[in-house]
Design a protein around this ligand. Structure first.
Ligand SMILES: Cc1cc2nc3c(=O)[nH]c(=O)nc-3n(C[C@H](O)[C@H](O)[C@H](O)COP(=O)(O)OP(=O)(O)OC[C@H]3O[C@@H](n4cnc5c(N)ncnc54)[C@H](O)[C@@H]3O)c2cc1C
Length: 425
């Protein structure tokens, strides 16, 4: 019987001190939200000599950054040829280089700032479940290889050797990728941002943002205030009603995880023996990995509502038993979940919500690398008005019939599961 608890909270480094904001403060840049995006933005602003205040509703790493699978995967859902076709040769190349470099960016920060986040470059395996997905994965490997990346497509036998499961007809293997302890990484980013001079406040939900001269005045739930020239909105899937058009422009999908007790040898050594992380090509993806203590963590989609009953996680238990029958009888100790911001076209976005108020939203499940790197982009934009970001600024497009999103999402989920089963996705 697993209990509703986030495993990462039990194994993370200690949280940095982040007292609630009191009274009135001034800063060049106000950052709303202390996940990877906000903390990376604050760190890079402080390192560039700027003055940043981060206001977080709960605690640093409270959102998706402290709950995710810890799979550090570069790239976007789109492959480089497609990106060049969409954005043109020059802009496209800049974008795929940026996207392809996001894992390097994180590993670089970990090394430079000595972040204690159990980070290691163990590779990502993308299990391929259908012939259609195999064609795309072969093409993905070929496109990245042509650009010098350390990736490969492997056939079924090698996929089985790498994963320890007879589940896939092939696999895309990306050796730029790896794993980390996600909450430790968020807390260590906060520690580094504070050390660089940023002020980070927890329990400080921003409830209003009003124009103040050429800048902005933010008020927190407890009445504290910040006056800043620029504002960076970093709430992503946890964005609230501050600017309602932002949460309306994404699907905040629930992703769930379940963890076993530490596995005894030889079970442990038979699953992803190289320490790789894995997700698959299904439309309704499953993802898994071992943690540092040898627990198996299995993740996948959840319901379009707050999960609660243990039965909401039952499909993940079935997935573990289906993939690794030897694990029947092993106890599951933890289950938890979080929200992932997804756009219908799977593109992340950069918005100027109001003059001087920027937001980067929609990580499509690759936010460890992408949002960390975008944090540095937001920092440059906030510090230099002439800077052209790698991702163009685009208008916010609320999803039509937003109140019907739940019904639509659930129907789409059933359709996608059926396509996965039939091998048509
Ligand atoms: C279960 C799960 C598994 C995932 N697995 C992976 C994975 O393996 N690999 C990967 O790359 N990505 C994964 N993701 C996605 C990844 O976790 C996110 O993309 C990333 O953490 C987003 O970071 P962020 O800083 O943009 O947002 P968040 O980390 O969600 O931070 C947003 C913060 O803003 C705060 N906030 C919101 N509104 C306000 C306000 N008004 N005032 C103050 N604070 C506010 C929230 O409290 C929150 O802490 C996963 C996500 C989930 C949920």
């Amino acid at each position: 019987m697993s209990r509703l608890a986030n495993l990462w909270e039990e194994t993370a480094v200690a949280a940095p001190t982040a007292e609630p904001l009191k009274g009135e403060a001034r800063a060049d840049v106000l950052v709303v939200g202390a996940g990877y995006l906000g903390l990376s933005a604050a760190l890079h602003i402080a390192e560039a000599g700027g003055d940043a205040i981060v206001l977080e509703a709960e605690a640093p790493g409270y959102g998706a950054s402290g709950r995710n699978g810890g799979q550090l995967i570069p790239g976007l859902k789109y492959d480089p040829d497609e990106i060049e076709a969409l954005f043109g040769r020059e802009r496209g190349e800049r974008l795929w280089r940026f996207a392809g470099g996001t894992a390097d960016f994180v590993f670089g920060l970990v090394e430079r700032l000595d972040l204690r986040a159990e980070a290691s470059r163990t590779a990502w395996i993308q299990g391929v479940h259908s012939e259609k997905a195999a064609r795309l994965a072969r093409s993905r490997a070929e496109q990245w290889q042509r650009r010098g990346a350390d990736v490969a497509y492997v056939e079924a036998q090698e996929a089985e050797r790498l994963t320890g499961a007879r589940a896939y007809i092939g696999a895309f293997v990306d050796r730029r990728a790896g794993r980390l302890q996600p909450l430790s990484y968020a807390r260590e980013l906060a520690r580094a941002a504070i050390a660089a001079g940023a002020r980070v406040h927890g329990a400080s939900r921003v409830v209003s943002l009003d124009r103040q001269g050429a800048g902005w005045k933010a008020t927190t739930a407890t009445g504290a205030q910040v006056i800043a020239k620029k504002v960076l909105l970093c709430g992503n899937a946890y964005s609230d009603g501050l600017f309602p058009e932002l949460p309306r422009s994404i699907v905040a999908a629930t992703s769930l995880q379940i963890a076993t007790e530490p596995l005894p040898e030889p079970l442990r050594g038979a699953i992803l023996p190289g320490g790789e992380v894995l997700s698959d090509t299904r439309k309704v993806i499953r993802y898994w990995r071992l943690d540092a203590a040898g627990r198996l963590l299995m993740g996948g989609r959840g319901p379009y509502r707050e999960p609660g009953a243990e039965s909401d996680w039952a499909h993940l238990v079935r997935a573990v038993h289906g993939l690794y029958p030897a694990l029947r009888g092993i106890a599951f100790t933890h289950r938890w979940g979080g929200r992932v911001a997804i756009h219908p076209d799977y593109w992340p976005r950069l918005h100027e919500v109001r003059s001087g108020v920027l937001a980067a939203i929609g990580c499509q499940g690759r936010g460890i690398g992408w949002q960390t790197a975008m944090g540095a982009e937001l920092a440059r934009l906030a510090m230099d008005e002439t800077y052209q970001s790698v991702l163009p600024v685009s208008p916010i497009k609320p999803i039509p019939f937003s109140p019907l999103k739940r019904v639509g999402f659930t129907a789409a989920l059933h359709t996608m599961r059926a396509l996965d089963r039939l091998g048509l996705s």
